[in-house]
Design a protein around this ligand. Sequence first.
Ligand SMILES: Cc1cc2nc3c(=O)[nH]c(=O)nc-3n(C[C@H](O)[C@H](O)[C@H](O)COP(=O)(O)OP(=O)(O)OC[C@H]3O[C@@H](n4cnc5c(N)ncnc54)[C@H](O)[C@@H]3O)c2cc1C
Length: 401
Amino acid sequence: MGKPTILILGAGYAGITTAIMLQKKLDKTDATIKLINKHAYHYQTTWLHENAVGTLPDHQVKIPIESVIDTDRIDFIVDTVTHIKSEEQRVSLKKHGDLTYDYLVVALGFETETFNIPGIKTHAYTINSVYQAGFLRKELEKKLTTYRRADKQTPFSIVVGGGGFTGVEYLGELTDQLPSLLEKFQLDEQNIEILSIEKEQSVMPGFDLELGEYAMQVLENKGVTFYLGMAVKSVHTDYVVVEKNGLTEEIPTSIFIWTAGVRSNHLIEQSDLEHVDGSVEVSDELRAPNRDNVFVLGDCTTISSTDHNQITSSTAQIAIQQGKVCAKNLERLIKGKSNELLSFHYKEHGLIASLGKSDAIGVLYNNRKVFGKEAVLLKRINENRVLHQIGGFPMLWKRKK
Ligand SMILES: Cc1cc2nc3c(=O)[nH]c(=O)nc-3n(C[C@H](O)[C@H](O)[C@H](O)COP(=O)(O)OP(=O)(O)OC[C@H]3O[C@@H](n4cnc5c(N)ncnc54)[C@H](O)[C@@H]3O)c2cc1C
């Protein structure tokens, strides 16, 4: 084989980490590296709930990719991947046509999971990209403007479907911004209601129950009403149908935000890669089944080995750590050390969900629960660590919170 070509699909946490590490590990003579991403920027997905209510402006959430990669080493292509054909070692792009590869890294992230609930695609807003977060922010303001001019006989009802990580973080941020929204649209507190609908008996299912209850207490004090044990059945222009204990009812909505599910990028399901429910069960070295030259990372993967059973959800931390192992393994493969590949072992740094700017909840690597100011501080430290990993001290200095 001549100089091999590595294609990295997606410049989210996993893809950008792989690219940044590879540019340090491989010389120009070792391999051609191409990074393909839909946009010219990487975005901090973990900050999207803040962007969705306007706390963080777009320019702080977006990081121009060319500012963090060495464009002499990496050929960066802004385009949308449309097909992955691993049998042919070929990837199709919307504008640039087909690209062939020797090694492929699939890091295309997540999409909204609708669970086939009618109306989610057409009537629900989501927070899964900068575009969607911006759209939600603008639509909320537009609807509040219309409401302000109307007779205000019923409250403006902001309904969030799903009390998981994203839903809780969004509610925390939204309730922080509520006083300024009321002032901006000249409304009273009783004009706006904020509802959270959760299928389980507490928010943050999968997290510690005490933390879920703490989160609900904080958010209730900030004006959120929780409907627990209630499943969304269908979504309509101005109401949702829900079911509780076998009984259905309609809940009026002025705006409905769906935060209850994510799934791997649909391109996995449409590709010829072996997958389970659209997600690739990777080997310990992070390779796809029967495809030794294809690495799959981040939210496109399921990790099945016993060692990783503790991983319960997709996170930026997992994506970053996988990106590092993938880069090291690619270096070894290219330098002829295929018998020295590393296995991925996830190092838990703790997971913290914010409840607005002055409160948070989380579990640390040693299972210690954290609340309040301590959790806020630890979340900031985690966020700044990610910034440093992506863009070093200049990035940390410019964008730190
Ligand atoms: C609101 C919110 C808050 C979160 N908070 C946290 C948190 O506090 N801590 C934590 O650890 N995790 C958090 N997460 C989860 C975390 O963001 C994801 O697990 C992480 O982003 C996954 O990284 P990834 O690299 O797999 O994919 P992504 O970061 O989603 O990156 C995928 C990239 O691929 C690009 N792409 C997609 N499709 C195509 C295509 N067809 N062609 C070209 N490019 C494409 C996208 O534009 C994107 O740049 C949060 C998620 C959300 C939505």
